[in-house]
Design a protein around this ligand. Structure first.
Ligand SMILES: Nc1nc2c(ncn2[C@@H]2O[C@H](COP(=O)(O)OP(=O)(O)OP(=O)(O)O)[C@@H](O)[C@H]2O)c(=O)[nH]1
Ligand SMILES: [Mg+2]
Length: 312
């Protein structure tokens, strides 16, 4: 006998150039921190699922690494993971950093890069005949008039399923976006238990939180490919004991992470510990080590070892 339910389930992939605000959006919609956020481009390295239940509907958001022109092997693997994320999705949200996109038309630097990356994604979507929902983000930083001109410009060249204006940071426009996703969710059984928020493991989440604090503190000084691994994760009566290693590429970077008499590392550990205690609802004892490992970024296998799903 088949059970009849009203369940609906949508897989929604969020794509976009690095730093567009994809992880901020997924965290805001899930209502919990499941993906780390920094001001540095290429923060997200793997597809991470964030899960939301809205009455009969379960939405599975897939946060992806920013899509950009890849140069190295790690970059290629990250971009491949993002494109793969679109396959099998019921809906795709293309997120654009609206202020950066506008500035990038005349200015140089990071904004010009954000614009070029977005344009190449739009070309890719056109070639693949993929219709996506356009989500213009960071509207808290932009005048309404400029936004309207941007919508006109983008929709003249592209055919979007829908366009939303949001601020993932302030929450502006999120209710409408969520309602749209729910109303388009196809009938189907839920993919995850009702109370599950993410598919990320405790060990990886703990490593990601430390990586976030590392980048928030040292984004100018450290290359983005420094990494964190959780060596040990034990839950006991007195809380959770976590041991991690921060891997950097050079000795000089090790000095930067440690700081004067270890003060920087201590502050990073403190910030990570506070976040992790909140996430797990238990006291966390965090032990951090710093090691040099050269050339790791060319090793896709390394990523597999730390649980990242980004191998072609
Ligand atoms: N002002 C403003 N800043 C935002 C908004 N959404 C995200 N940001 C900021 O933009 C930066 C990048 O946000 P992320 O969520 O890490 O962006 P991402 O698209 O996941 O980036 P990658 O993982 O590197 O591809 C962070 O500093 C965020 O705080 C927004 O609506 N308004
Ligand atoms: Mg991200």
């Amino acid at each position: 006998m088949t059970e009849i339910t009203n369940q609906r389930c949508a897989i929604v992939t969020v794509i976009g150039a690095p730093n567009a605000g994809k992880s901020t959006l997924v965290n805001a919609l899930v209502g919990a921190k499941i993906s780390i956020v920094t001001q540095k481009v290429q923060t997200t390295r793997a597809r991470i699922r964030g899960i939301v239940v809205e009455s009969d509907t379960q939405i599975v958001f897939i946060d992806t690494p920013g899509i950009f022109a890849p140069k190295r092997r790690l970059d290629r693997a990250m971009v491949a993971a993002a494109w793969d994320g679109i396959d099998g999705a019921d809906q795709t949200l293309l997120m654009v950093d609206a202020p950066a996109y506008i500035t990038g038309a005349t200015g140089g630097g990071q904004a010009a890069k954000a614009r070029a990356d977005t344009d190449s994604i739009l070309d890719g979507l056109k070639a693949a005949e993929r219709k996506v929902t356009l989500v213009l983000n960071k509207i808290d930083e932009i005048a309404r008039q400029k936004l309207l001109a941007l919508i006109e410009e983008l929709s003249a060249e592209n055919d979007f399923a829908e366009i939303f204006l949001i601020s993932a940071k302030t929450g502006d426009g999120l209710k409408e976006l969520k309602a749209h996703i729910v109303s388009n969710a196809p009938p189907g059984p839920w993919l995850y238990p009702e109370d599950q928020l993410s598919d990320i493991s405790d060990r990886l989440m703990a490593a990601e939180v430390t990586r976030e604090k590392l980048f928030l503190r040292l984004h100018q000084e450290l290359p983005y490919d420094s990494t964190v691994e959780t060596e040990d994760w034990k839950s006991g009566k007195k809380g959770i004991r976590i041991e991690q290693t921060i891997y950097v590429a050079r000795d000089s970077q090790k000095g930067i992470v440690l700081g004067k008499s270890g003060q920087t590392l201590k502050a990073i550990g403190q910030a990570a510990r506070e976040d992790l205690s909140e996430i797990y609802g238990a006291p966390v004892h965090l032990f951090l080590h710093v090691k040099v490992r050269e050339g790791w970024s060319d090793e896709a296998a390394r990523l597999r070892n730390i649980g990242l799903d980004v191998v072609q």
